[in-house]
Design a protein around this ligand. Structure first.
Ligand code: FMN
Length: 221
């Protein structure tokens, strides 16, 4: 890998612009179907980690958080209610880059969840009601039956492409506020480049934190 793919020297005071630039480059490259995919790790009650892929639907580069949407009663949702911190990792293979973020998690304001839910396909909106995510399911037939019932409840004809389906009360966004972010870039001759930025976050209200200035440190790869 040429050295120009590595991190700037000196490191920028605020890492968010670089993170967003990498995110946009990953999307523009069209080298992977879901460049917005990130693995989110949460913690179970006994301290065990659990991880799964979700889609990062928004990065707020000014405030410094990422947003993903899910079922609040899912395993991750329950774990985040009990311990509202998460770690997430993006891997853009074709760009030879990785980004890790960590920090406290809050639920999105209803308006943010409503807006994103309304933008989803009809099938996705119906499925959000039908799937008791992470709960045992006796058969796929049962789930298909449930999809038909939900469609009927909202007066959606079997082959309809449009219709009004409200957001389920147990479905919505999470904002992962970043207090630690690490950018990793592959370097020539395996001399990779890696830096971490940290800041402290002070809770401001139900949805937001006030962030102290970032501190950056280059790390051995
Ligand atoms: C590419 C990809 C994208 C996914 N995006 C989401 C997502 O945005 N939200 C979500 O709840 N699950 C998403 N999933 C499913 C999750 O990985 C996971 O199976 C599900 O959320 C249940 O996880 P849990 O039981 O740990 O809560 C996605 C899976 C893949 C493979």
């Amino acid at each position: 890998m040429p050295d120009d793919l590595t991190l700037p020297e000196p490191l920028p005071a605020d890492p968010m612009a670089l993170f967003q630039e990498w995110f946009r480059e990953a999307a523009a490259r069209r080298a992977q179907p879901n460049p917005d995919a990130m693995v989110v790790a949460t913690t179970a009650g006994n301290g065990d980690p659990s991880a799964r892929v979700v889609l990062c639907k928004r990065i707020d580069g000014v405030a410094g958080y990422v947003v993903f949407f899910t079922n609040y009663d899912s395993r991750k949702g329950r774990e985040l209610t009990a311990r509202p911190r998460a770690a997430a990792v993006f891997h853009w293979d074709a760009l030879h880059r990785q980004v890790r973020v960590e920090g406290p998690v809050v639920r999105s304001p209803d308006a943010e969840s409503d807006q994103y839910f309304a933008s989803r396909s009809l099938d996705s909106r119906i499925a959000a009601w039908a799937s008791a995510q992470s709960e045992p399911l006796a058969s796929r037939d049962l789930l298909r039956q449930r999809v038909r019932e939900i469609a009927a409840r909202f007066n959606i004809a079997p082959d309809a492409k449009n219709g009004t389906v409200p957001r389920p009360p147990n479905w919505g966004g999470h904002r992962l506020w970043i207090d630690t972010i690490e950018l990793w870039a592959e370097g020539a001759n395996r001399v990779h480049d890696r830096a971490v930025w940290t800041r402290s976050l002070q809770r401001a209200d139900d949805y937001s934190f006030a962030g102290a200035p970032w501190r950056s440190t280059r790390l051995n790869p």
